[in-house]
Design a binder for this molecule. Structure first.
Ligand code: NAG
Ligand code: NAG
Length: 166
């Protein structure tokens, strides 16, 4: 069975429930966050997904709670993009060809990750992630440290998004 490391932000912007349950039958999942134990959960996301069975199952799962409690100290859209441990970890995954992936704002955590030549891992690749239009809908444009969409494009990524937000 392959191993998967989830890196949790300390800011409250991720809820990785769906991905977790897709991978759980096929991989050993570990989780990490910048300050170790008990990374926070975004209350806004919890409310938005309060009728989503997968998310509820994820939040209630004692195994996952136990993992979060003992979360390894490793490397948030605020902390992770510049966190040296997060960048080092992702570099070390990416360079030998291991899969490094993210969704939504999580993509922002990878903007400092580079290949062995020091080139952004986004350069020349098809990429998506939280869009400027989506930040505007949530009135978050002024609250985020940078635009995920603009940054991907400035790093040479071929940014595309769905016709409709979210
Ligand atoms: C909790 O998560 C673990 C690990 O993915 C899984 O094996 C277990 O079946 C889950 N328990 C419940 C009650 O969903
Ligand atoms: C990137 O997207 C373009 C346009 O949609 C597509 O033609 C191309 O195959 C994609 N490249 C990869 C590596 O998926």
């Amino acid at each position: 069975m392959p191993s998967v490391l989830f890196v949790f932000t300390l800011t409250t912007k991720t809820l990785s429930a769906h991905l977790y349950y897709v991978l759980a039958p096929h991989a050993t999942i570990d989780i990490a966050s910048p300050n170790g134990a008990n990374p926070p959960v975004d209350e806004g996301s919890v409310k938005m997904f309060e009728n989503d069975p997968e998310s509820l199952k994820f939040l209630a799962n004692e195994t996952i709670k136990g993992q979060a409690h003992q979360c390894q100290e490793a490397p948030r859209m605020f902390d992770l993009p510049v966190d040296p441990v997060n960048i080092k970890l992702a570099n070390e995954f990416y360079r030998p060809g291991k899969i490094v992936s993210a969704v939504c704002h999580g993509v922002a955590a990878l903007v400092g990750v580079t290949d062995t030549q020091g080139k952004s891992i986004f350069a020349g690749k098809n990429v998506t992630g939280f869009s400027n239009a989506e930040e505007e809908i949530l009135s978050k444009t002024k609250d985020v440290p940078f635009s995920t969409e603009d940054r991907i494009i400035s790093l040479g990524g071929k940014y595309t998004k769905a016709d409709k937000p979210f």
